[in-house]
Design a protein around this ligand. Sequence first.
Ligand code: SAM
Length: 334
Amino acid sequence: MVGDVAHAAISAAKESAIPVFTLGVRRVRADDCLVMSKSLPETETDGREGIGARGPSPPPEPGLYVVATPIGNLRDISLRALDILAGVSRVYAEDTRVARKLLDAYGLKPWLGAYHDHSDESARREILEALAAGESVALISDAGTPLISDPGFKLVRAAIEAGFKVVPIPGACAALAGLVASGMATDRFMFLGFLPAKQVGRRTALEGVADIDATLVVYESGPRLADSLADMADILGDRPAAIARELTKLFEETRRSALAALAAHYSGAGPPKGEIVIVIGPPLRTKVSDDALDAFLVSHLSGGVKAAASEAARALGVPRKRAYARALALRDNV
Ligand code: SAM
């Protein structure tokens, strides 16, 4: 049997299910909660409301809990995350309005404060003081895992330095979701976060990782996507890649092709809507010999060193840096 409070929470979830779970999930969602609750041992509930209410959990030990939240689909939250968010004495979020909506969807009403790494020191001090007083504090971001292209690093470092417990509550992260759906090698990958918005900075950042033998994962916005992909094809070579868009949401889409073809597609189709992860395969394995590269460059040098290097990167899949260095040497020796 399920307790009265759990029943009330399930009814509330049923009533709020349509606005809460409109993101492409099955209609029976609230009933899932019922089935789930029935399969749990009967316990006294502690009055917590919400979809994750599973009877009393011991209050979290003092410490900083870094709690992942969904990146779209509200069902992508762990029961442990709900327990922690319901049990801590404070929750800090980068944007309290966004956080309030999220917490409301789960029937949670914790004390809520704002935290951002770049804001003044006062919020960090406040949190450290709460930890020193033996409180449990949760940090969430607007979506996904805090600290991953989101605030929290400075806070976690300060908490560790001050000797407080830091506990990760893992869950959704767009980088990992994009990676695992991309079809690119997953044994070795490098997360680059957002590349610089300006082209010069972006190209410099790409030059810096062109030789790394790993899959690359990048966050990007729709308006910059086509230009970024063109720079990637130019500098990294025409590697296989995937554009993972609106992951876990209604219009989720993963488009896989080579970088240059993807650049051409988005340049023609216009900027896509929604949130985007770019996943780029490791440097192409077919070794292009120096002789083959030189022969290619010599036949393209009439258009200039830069153009020859870009063309070699695109056509042969060699890093642009290598092609550029060879093209310079060849030009100077001509
Ligand atoms: N902390 C978040 C995480 O764990 O993924 C990332 C926050 S970062 C500010 C936001 C960026 O993550 C977006 O611009 C996009 O590149 C990527 N992103 C977030 N949600 C996504 C989704 N549902 N589908 C694709 N990309 C997403």
